[in-house]
Structure formats: C-alpha cells, structure tokens
Ligand binder design. Structure first.
Ligand code: FPP
Ligand code: K
Ligand code: ZN
Length: 473
C-alpha cells in the first residue's frame, strides 16, 4: 500500500521535526520561539496519543454488507485523519486549517447561475439558498450583496394561498417554507421580513395541523416530524397566534391550538432505541432527532418540554452512540456510516439536550478533527466523507457542526414573557469551548442559533420586528 504519496509518511511528528530544524538554523531563539516550540510539543503529544488510540478500531467479527461498507469507510477516512493528503496548510495542532476562502468561493458558485440541466433541482432552490446563506455567514462573510436577489427569489415562490414552494408556480411545502423563512431571516432586512405574507402563512399552517397533533408537509402530504418542527419555526419567528385559524380542518375535530396533542405526538416518535423517528413506528434517525428536539425547544424551555415529552436517559443513551470511532464524526443511525452532515443533525442535538439535562457525553475535539481533516474538499466545499463531492448541504451542516463543537450554549429563562412560543429567544453564549481543542482562532466559525440554525442574533431581530407589527386575523 505504501507509495510516495502515502499520507502516513507525513505524520505530525515529521512536521514538528521540520519546524524544529528550521528554528535551529536561526541564530538566536526568542522567548516566543521557545513558547511556540513548547506548544508544538504539547500538541504533538496529544496527536500521538490520539493516533495511538485510533489505530486499532474495534472490528465487527461478523461479515455483513454493513461491516464491509464500514471497512471501506475506514480505509477512505483514516489517511485523512493521520496525514494530510490534500496538502492543506496546518494549524498549530497539526490539522488542516479551515479553508475559509475556498469554501466561500464554493458556496458563491453554488448559488448559480446554472446551466439548463439543473432545472430538475428547481424544487430544492429554497434549500440551496438557505444552505449557501447560512454557510457563508458561518464563515464570516457579509451576505448583503445577495439581499435583493434572495427577497425577489422568495417573493415569486410564495403561494397566493400561503406558504412557499420551490419556485414560481410550485405548490407550497413546509420544507420550502422553512428554508425560505430562514433565508429571509439571515438577510434580516425590513424588506425581507415584510415580503412574508403572515396572514396567508397562518392560514396555510392551519391547514397542515392534524387531529393527532402532528403536521403534514403539504396538503394531504406526509405527516412527519419535519412538519412539526418547520411549522413551529414559522409560528415562532413570525410571532403568529397559537390559536388555530377559523378554517383549520382540525377545528372540526375539537382542536383549538397549534399545540394541541403536539407534545404527545412527538413523544410517540421516540423509539425503543431511545432516538426519534420521522413518525410513530419508524426507525430513529439523527436528522429527525434534531427536528423533534427543535420542536420541543420552541414549545417551551427545553428543561420543561424535553423532560416532559421524552425519556431523556434513553435519548442520551442513543445519542451517545452516534459518534463514529475512530472517525470522530457522527452517523445518523445504528450500523450506518459517518457523514459530515450529521455534524449538525446529531451534533446540534447536544446543545438542546444539554439545556435539558446537563453536560452531554460527546467528543468535540474528535468531531473537529473529522470536519477539518476529513470533510474539507481539496478545491473547496465540505463533504459527507472523503471520496465524495462537496455540495452546499454538506458544506452548511459541517460548518454548523464545527460551530457546535466550538461554542457552549446556555438557556436562561429571563423575567417576563414575550408572548407565544418565545422560548427559543432565551439562549445565551456560555463561551467558547476550550478543553482539548484542535482548532486555532483562524479555524473558528461564527456562532449559530441552537434551534434556528441561523447566525446568532438574527432570529431575535426577526421576532422583534414581527412583535411590533399589528396583527389582524
Ligand atoms: C436517511 O438517508 C436520511 C433521513 C432518513 C433523514 C433526512 C432528513 C433530513 C436531512 C432532515 C430534514 C430536516 C428539515 C428541517 C426539513 P440515508 O439512508 O441516505 O442516510 P443514512 O445511511 O446516513 O441514514
Ligand atoms: K447519508
Ligand atoms: Zn450527508
């Protein structure tokens, strides 16, 4: 296997030697040179301990399709964890630095314009806009140059009877609605807020509410936990009433509030494994766990709602098992593969669970290693795993995951209610995470709101603006 390009030949230790021999040629070393060498030695020891711990992964003795793809994944990932096949600059921990400029360029390109063969992607246009806006701001970019374009894109995707579709003339869908609202929240101008028709949105959301407590994604469409989360995101950010609209079909069955039977319904999505599934009876999955926890964190303070509606020890037990070892990134469900997007879907669950139940059991440094070493694509953008192509989705959610690793959040219920569904506006930064980190200042991404996954501060501004608008239903 060994070749001239064998990345293992480029260990942190040979890099350290190189650094030391370069310094030795300098006539006189300053105090800061010595300090730097000491730091490098300390980081080197940590790297060696880490490398030692990952070189003998626990193997599945049973040969199955799952164990085979897992072995393949390890073969793809390990060279990136122990070496630097992309030849990136290294940070003081010997890991690739965050390739900020390349990722910015990739996301800007992902916004188009596109050749005609991309027409099939039209329905996911709101998503692409959201992933790019969120990714760019996480990287510290000013996105104001896109404001007008984003507002006009979504104005034409808004349906006359409420909600957003994938584009002009398409039927509304809660996923498109979620992505459209979050994009406009990131833009954060009065024009962006005012472009949302709250009245028709309210009536559209009323039509999605089901008698059993959940929400469908579209009229007569599938009812799943994405629907419950997306609907609550819209209700909360736009400061809509909790009272169901007069023409909401669920009213004919005695329901009066968007929250009726909702906690019970989310509860029914928790599975025997402890995780959360799309709908009662399905398999638990990290993406749905985030939706379920996000939904509960909008319904009220996470400490109240998560503890009330979920078996928290079982949930934590399931979540604990979602970090792939030795890869360090997360997978979405048992016996499946590490994937950079779960840096967010699973990584993002931790801030919410920690607000409900105290410090979680996950390894932030290992997640940081996976993202920086294995998930950065050579030419820019981030990926599921080495060997895959980058896309805006994996770029956005790897960067959000890096942010979950880098910052600590706390939930503080302050005095005075701000109205319905005001729970998600009580989050505060509890500082940067500093224990055993593997990133330097240059590798930091911006703070992200733990529930809304937009730049911290933007959701608060949006809500405040809608609180000041008059409402007439
Ligand atoms: C499995 O794909 C993926 C899912 C079952 C979940 C997809 C859902 C989301 C990404 C969440 C959407 C969220 C909102 C807010 C609308 P797979 O079988 O290809 O992946 P796996 O092998 O990693 O499970
Ligand atoms: K996947
Ligand atoms: Zn993925």
């Amino acid at each position: 296997m060994a070749s001239a390009q064998d990345p293992t030949s480029q260990t942190p230790s040979s890099r350290l030697e190189e650094t030391l021999s370069t310094s030795a040629r300098v006539e006189e070393l300053s105090d800061s040179d010595y300090e730097e060498m000491e730091t490098l030695t300390r980081h080197e020891e940590a790297n060696q301990a880490y490398l030692k711990s990952i070189t003998s992964p626990i193997e599945d003795l049973l040969d199955t399709a799952s164990s085979e793809v897992q072995d393949e994944t390890l073969r793809a990932v390990m060279p990136f964890l122990i070496g630097n096949p992309n030849d990136f600059d290294l940070n003081s921990y010997g890991l690739p630095t965050l390739q900020r400029e390349k990722h910015v360029k990739f996301l800007k390109q992902s916004l188009g314009p596109f050749p005609p063969q991309f027409a099939a992607m039209d329905a996911s246009r709101p998503w692409v806009v959201y992933w790019c806006m969120q990714g760019l701001t996480a990287l510290g970019q000013d996105i104001s140059e896109y404001s007008d374009r984003v507002v006009s894109t979504f104005s034409s995707a808004q349906h006359p009877e409420g909600g957003f579709g994938g584009g002009h003339g398409q039927l509304p869908h809660l996923a498109a609605t979620y992505a459209a609202i979050l994009s406009l929240v990131i833009v954060g101008t009065e024009e962006a807020y005012a472009s949302i028709n709250r009245q028709t949105m309210y009536s559209y959301l009323g039509r999605m509410k089901q008698v059993d407590g959940g929400f469908t994604m579209s009229p007569n469409g599938e009812e799943d936990i994405r629907g419950a989360f997306c609907a609550l995101v819209a209700l909360s950010l736009l400061n809509l009433p909790l009272e169901l609209p007069p023409d909401a079909p669920a009213r004919q069955h005695g329901l009066t509030s968007f929250l009726d039977n909702l906690g019970e319904w989310v509860s029914r999505c928790q599975t025997y494994e402890g995780g959360i599934s799309a709908a009662p009876g399905n398999e638990a999955h990290g993406a749905y766990a985030f939706c379920g926890l996000g939904c509960l964190s909008i319904m009220g303070p996470p400490k109240d709602t998560i503890n009330k509606w979920l078996d928290v020890p079982a949930l934590i037990n399931w979540l604990n098992s979602r970090q792939s070892c030795p890869e360090g990134g997360f997978h979405g469900r048992g016996n499946k593969l590490v994937d950079g997007c779960y840096s967010h879907w699973v990584g993002g669950c931790w801030a919410l669970v920690e607000a409900a139940a105290g410090k979680g059991i996950w390894n932030r440094a290992a997640l940081g290693r996976y993202i920086l070493s294995a998930a950065q694509f050579k030419k820019g953008g981030l990926v599921d795993k080495p060997g895959k192509r980058p896309d805006a989705y994996h770029t956005c959610y790897n960067l959000a995951g890096l942010s979950w690793a880098q910052y600590d959040w706390k939930y503080e219920k302050s005095e005075g209610e701000r109205g319905e569904l005001d729970a998600p506006y009580h989050w505060q930064l509890d500082g940067e995470y500093t224990e055993d980190v593997v990133w330097d200042n240059g590798d930091m991404v911006n703070r992200v709101h733990p529930v809304f996954v937009v730049p911290f501060g933007k959701a608060e501004s949006c809500r405040k603006w809608f609180e000041e608008q008059t409402w007439s239903s």
